[in-house]
Design a protein around this ligand. Structure first.
Ligand code: 9WN
Length: 472
């Protein structure tokens, strides 16, 4: 790697002491990122972070595999393969696969709370959560394959062939069990399924859920042992998360029952845009391994039609989450509205409307040259909170998704700004879980795996894989 990329980074606002120990060059950042991923690795998978998240998380592992694939193709393949060993018979990929080697009270709610064994569809002897997360895995598998070195192309194709039926089953599950009315969009039954747990995108709906007295056994929040309370979901929201969990558990994680009864039933534009993006990836994978790409193109087309038909609210000029229980479009302006940029066929006027919003003071405020991108919530909204979980801070995975979406629509200027900002945030604060968009300070876990993995991917884009410094 030759130079420090990008040259347009808004570094002028940084105080001279901020970066005394932070790596300055892209090369050094990529090496530091690899150290984070290696330190967080635990046998056959990588923890999101060592203290706060000591198990395997679903979409984290997909992001991690993409980052790792730039220097360790085999390890990247193993990361995804390990996750899919815990796939349910329904096709669902669980959001968490619990590591028996982690201390029993390391994370709450742990396997004793989830009790996945209540479902006959759960893997035997492999405790998991009972819900899923965004299906980014087919896209990640394609990226991993693309980064495989020449001498591993046969092994990589064989791996794609093994992964393909599992990835198809994951997508089929979402298209059927999560879309019983056949609208073309999958519903989530818990905010944790979105991956943007505490997002205001579904506040109105989620906030209405009342936890009946005595519904929850006494518990202690372990997340607060490792993170500041002001950065994490409130106690009231946490109780709602747990209440939904107990309802799903008590329904034996039976999809039909859960979908019919859950007080939380949301169609999230980002979740479904990721589904669509993965269908396009599956079409490419099918082509590579001699399977038929046509069903995947048809599935993507169906999601595309439903995104536009059901979630695009032209009066607001944006995509809105849809509360299926009450048949209402949610009004809050959050980063999930930009997810459909991942659709390569998004009509140009819709792309233009999204970009206008992304460049507006709500998401791209200009404070004397200091503007960190992209906040997860409208900075001008009354409830905007620069530090609290998903209610304003910047996360590198949403930045990475937007970067991909913008590039595929030829919006490279904005895409480059997002990379510049991501680099600057890490230089300033390290590989933190998330960042305050007002001052760039870091929050949540330190040495967070997907921050390391996705920054690697942004910095390595366009370069030859397996040429990075310290390649081992
Ligand atoms: C609940 C692991 C996960 C991420 C999610 C993020 C957070 C868990 C939590 O951490 O969720 O699944 O305990 O807050 O919201 O996106 O996958 O990094």
């Amino acid at each position: 790697m030759s130079q420090d990329r990008p040259t347009s980074s808004p570094s002028s606002h940084l105080g001279s002491g901020d970066l005394a120990t932070a790596p300055r060059t892209a090369d050094a950042l990529v090496v530091a990122a690899r150290e984070v991923l290696d330190a967080n690795r635990s046998g056959r998978y990588t923890r999101p972070s060592q203290a706060l998240y000591p198990h395997q998380w679903s979409w984290d592992s997909a992001f991690i595999a993409v980052g790792r694939s730039w220097y360790d193709a085999e390890g990247a393949r193993l990361e995804l393969e390990t996750l899919f060993e815990a796939q349910w018979d329904t096709g669902m990929v669980p959001s968490i696969v619990f590591d028996a080697a982690a201390p029993p009270d390391a994370y709450f709610p742990g396997p004793d709370v989830w009790q996945s064994e209540r479902s006959p569809m759960a893997p035997r002897g492999r405790p998991t959560s009972g819900i899923t997360q965004p299906p980014i895995h087919a896209r990640a598998a394609l990226e991993v394959h693309r980064h495989a070195p020449q001498d591993q192309s046969t092994a990589s194709l064989a791996w794609l062939e093994r992964m393909y039926p599992r990835l198809v089953a994951q997508q089929r599950y979402l298209a059927t069990a999560r879309d019983p009315r056949g609208i073309g969009l999958a519903a989530i039954v818990h905010p944790w399924e979105s991956g943007l747990d505490d997002s205001p995108a579904w506040d109105r709906d989620f906030g209405r859920i009342e936890v009946p007295g005595g519904a929850l056994a006494p518990y202690r929040r372990r997340d607060l042992d490792h993170a500041t309370a002001a950065d994490r979901p409130t106690d009231a929201d946490y109780a709602r998360f747990l209440y939904l969990l107990t309802l799903e558990r008590d329904a034996g994680y039976d999809d039909a029952r859960v979908v019919a009864t859950s007080p939380f039933l949301i169609v999230d534009p980002l979740f479904n845009a990721i589904r669509l993006w993965s269908e396009h990836a599956l079409a490419e994978i099918a082509g590579l391994i001699g399977a038929d790409p046509a069903p995947h193109r048809a599935a993507a087309c169906r999601i595309h039609d439903a995104l536009i038909g059901e979630l695009w609210v032209s009066r607001r000029q944006r995509f809105c989450a849809w509360d299926l229980r009450r048949d209402q479009r949610e009004p809050e302006d959050t980063v999930v509205s930009f997810g459909p940029l991942l659709d390569p066929d998004l009509p140009r006027p819709v792309v233009a409307a999204i970009c206008r919003e992304l460049e507006s003071p709500s998401f791209h405020p200009r404070r004397g040259g200091l503007h960190y991108l992209v906040p997860t919530y409208d900075e001008r909204a009354a409830g905007f909170d620069p530090e609290r979980y998903w209610r304003g801070p910047i996360w590198l995975n949403t930045n990475w998704l937007l970067w991909h979406g913008l590039r595929q629509h030829g919006r490279s200027g904005l895409a480059d700004e997002i990379v510049a900002s991501s680099v600057e945030l890490v230089r300033r604060s390290g590989f933190r879980e998330y960042f305050d968009p007002l001052d760039g300070s870091g929050h949540g876990s330190s040495n967070f795996s997907w921050s390391a993995a996705l920054l690697t991917d942004m910095l390595m884009a366009g370069r030859s894989p397996h040429t990075m410094a310290n390649n081992g």
